[in-house]
Structures are given as structure tokens and as C-alpha cells.
Design a binder for this molecule. Structure first.
Ligand code: ATP
Length: 226
């Protein structure tokens, strides 16, 4: 269970972009968070994936409150999440070949021995041929790079996937291919999914439940002591 309770977060404590947001995902559930550009969806998704510390509120993972975010979060919590962002070029080290990009989380967690097999498996899963694996990000298309970023997100077999506008920059056939990869992964592992976007049709088709931003950001918090 992934529970966000009364989360307030942003980039300036005096002007949070997310106010009092609450959202619960059951294990294995696919939830689509739908909202207009700039409302704070990505910020909330980053809080959920332990990448952005909220100003207030509680995140519970299987009933246990999370106390630390980013590099301070315990490894077993950090690696419970696989995250794919909207713009693959901003989330990929431009010096790495795609094969090393996919292997990055295994290297960072001391699991080098698994690299050859996992990279080969995932390259097939996401549809990357061996010649593409040897190229750097500037030598591939956005869609090919996003395929590698999705493979990187899956490489540690996370229990939760957070897709932040994963397909916003992609054409219809690449979108369908990447959604199919996520769904195949979820079907075989039981992983949950939080996907963020503004494409209502896609989210309705993809997810068990679609939640509009207004329903997530509820009433203002009740002041303490009242
Ligand atoms: N690193 C940052 N520093 C300061 N402000 C930021 C930062 N990132 C986002 N913001 C601001 O926070 C607000 C919410 O941004 P966020 O990316 O969470 O929205 P979003 O709903 O995901 O938008 P989009 O659909 O356009 O990606 C915006 O006004 C944005 O300008």
C-alpha cells in the first residue's frame, strides 16, 4: 500500500505548489493522476517516489511512515520505486551508452554480476536492438532513449512504478509499446503504478482508476489545536 496523506510540497516553503494532497494506491493497482500543466502533479509524483521531500504530510509505504527522502532514504525503500520521467534527455547521463544507462541501478547497488543478463532481457522487452545499446543518447531518438529509461526503471524489479508523463513526447506506436511493457511487467510482478498525465483517454484506457487533481488536493488542512 502506498499512501500519501495531506502532503504539502514545493520549492519555496512560503508558496507550496502541492497543498494538502492525499492519494492511496492499493498493491498492484494502476492509478492515473490527471491534471492540467503546472498544477503540481510531477511534484507530487516525485514525493511519492521518495525523490522530493514534502514540507508536511505523511507518506506511508505498507503502513510504515517514510522518514527520509532522496539519498537519505534507505536503499530498500529507494529501490522499491522505478521512475520514468517525461523528458528522457534530462534524466539520462549523456556520456553513457544505453547499455550502461540501463545497468546504472545494478552498478549503484553492487549487483554487477546480474548486468549482462538483465540488460539483455530488458533490451528485448523494451525493443532495443544490440546496435542501439552501444550508442550514446545523442545518437538515438527520443523514443529509443525513453525505451532505455523504462528499462532502467525496471532493472531492479521495483514494487512501484511512477511514470511522470512518460509518453508525452512520443508518437502513438511508441506510446502503445511502452504502455504494453509496463502492463506486462505489472501482470508478471504485481507491481503498482502511479502514472501522471493530462491525456484523459490514455489514462482511462491504461489505469484501473483515474483521479483528477482536484480530488487529490482536498480541503485546506485544519489548523493545529482547532
Ligand atoms: N525545481 C523547481 N523549482 C521551482 N519551481 C518549480 C520547480 N519544478 C516545478 N516548479 C513549479 O512548480 C509548479 C508545479 O510544477 P509540476 O512540474 O509539479 O507541475 P505539473 O502538473 O507536473 O506540470 P506539467 O504537466 O506541465 O509537467 C509549477 O508552477 C512549476 O513552475
Amino acid at each position: 500500500m502506498l499512501e500519501l496523506r495531506a502532503i504539502t510540497a514545493g520549492y519555496d516553503r512560503h508558496a507550496p505548489v502541492v497543498r494538502n494532497a492525499s492519494l492511496t494506491l492499493a498493491p498492484g493497482e494502476a492509478v492515473g493522476l490527471l491534471g492540467p500543466s503546472g498544477c503540481g502533479k510531477s511534484t507530487l509524483a516525485r514525493v511519492a517516489a521518495l525523490l522530493h521531500r514534502p514540507d508536511s504530510g505523511t507518506l506511508l509505504l505498507d503502513g510504515v511512515p517514510v522518514r527520509h527522502w532522496r539519498h537519505r532514504a534507505p536503499r530498500e525503500l529507494r529501490t522499491a520505486f522505478g521512475v520514468v520521467f517525461q523528458q528522457p534527455r534530462l534524466s539520462a547521463d549523456p556520456r553513457l551508452r544505453l547499455t550502461d544507462l540501463i545497468a546504472e541501478p545494478l552498478r549503484a547497488t553492487g549487483r554487477r554480476a546480474e548486468i549482462p543478463q538483465r540488460v539483455a532481457e530488458l533490451a528485448t522487452t523494451v525493443g532495443l536492438t544490440p546496435d542501439l545499446l552501444g550508442r550514446q543518447p545523442h545518437e538515438v531518438s527520443d523514443g529509443q532513449l525513453q525505451r532505455a529509461c523504462l528499462a532502467r526503471a525496471l532493472v531492479l524489479r521495483p514494487r512501484w512504478l511512477v511514470c511522470d508523463e512518460m509518453t508525452a513526447m512520443l508518437d502513438a506506436s511508441t506510446t502503445a509499446a511502452l504502455v504494453a511493457v509496463v502492463e506486462e511487467y505489472r501482470a508478471t510482478t504485481g507491481a503498482g503504478l502511479l502514472t501522471v498525465g493530462h491525456d484523459r483517454t490514455l489514462l482511462h484506457r491504461w489505469c484501473d482508476r483515474t483521479v483528477p487533481w482536484e480530488a487529490v488536493c482536498g480541503e485546506e488542512p485544519v489548523p493545529a489545536g482547532s
